[in-house]
Design a binder for this molecule. Sequence first.
Ligand SMILES: *Cc1c(COP(=O)(O)O)cnc(C)c1O
Length: 374
Amino acid sequence: MPALPAELAGGRLTIDLGALADNWKTLAALGKSAECGAVVKGNGYGIGLGAAVETLLAAGCRTFFVALPEEGLKARAVAPHADIYVLGGLFEDAAPLLSDANLRPVLGSRAEVDDWARFCRVGGTPRPCAIHVDTGMNRLGLSLRDANGLGAEPELLASIKPSLLMSHFACADTPDHPLNARQIERFTDIRQLFADIPASFSNSAATLAFPQTHLDVMRPGVALYGGRALATGGNPMKPVVTLEARIIQVRDADAGDTIGYGATETVRRKSRIAILAAGYADGYLRRAGSTDERGGARVAIKGHMAPLIGRVSMDLIAVDVTDLPAGIAARGAWAELFGKTIPIDEVADHADTIGYELLTGLGQRYQRIYVGEG
Ligand SMILES: *Cc1c(COP(=O)(O)O)cnc(C)c1O
């Protein structure tokens, strides 16, 4: 995509690849003897899969996880020698394509195991793959019963030679949730059956909260990109993504006026309203807006906080700048929607969602700026 001239952009997205590399190093250091992989699905949590893989590779990462075969091919183009696992598993007839690109399916059902084994037998050699065992998520993964069955079939296992045994947490963001302990217990039991296969369990939250689940390969995603992995407590990661929108006009409103679609918010005093050139078409969530009953998210203008007022439109956001010192909120100035000043998860909280959704939903109209490379 050709670079968008700054004066034409309504929003600008700054992606700090140095912070991404630092976050990976921070998590890798927590791992002690465990290897730190990286989840780069969802277009690298919105920052660009190629840029994410390139940066993490330079930082020392050697194992990547994507959701889809298509993402695997993109990662492979940047990382010719890395181990790349496809979490979505083995889609029908995808085995030759995966194998040609040296991508490793994460086999998540007995049917997938059988298909991969058949493919390996035809080719005459085992091809690396992962076995995913479900320990309580009930999404992907062999049931405990099927995993036990597979553990009792050494010939079948030898025909596929899994390079990783994995499971996935349902509630690691809430460390006190009782399901965590049950999942840890179940995976500990299952590992006994596959004792010589390296194991991978921890997503970002478990990497931070459960060191005993680091095992051989950690699988953090959101924390690499600066998102909050644990539902409560501080976020130790550096922000990676900063989204700003240009102020395209500042206008006056009188007490009693309403602002924007649906007239959801009435101003109570003579006010100054700044209009920003970004909206939900850019992935800034409509739900982050405000009504008379419910406060919205905030933006930061040159370090000064200003609350959203009224609904978020497709292309525009209104912000109450009445309390800002004169001259701060001026036409042409930039307002931070989230980033180094306003945590992305603060905006997500206002929109009743999580930082992941904001990151992966970032729009395509911004001027994208990558900083801190290599
Ligand atoms: C997305 C995903 C991860 C990473 O989760 P985060 O919460 O972003 O750290 C790890 N493992 C699996 C199987 C996933 O689907």
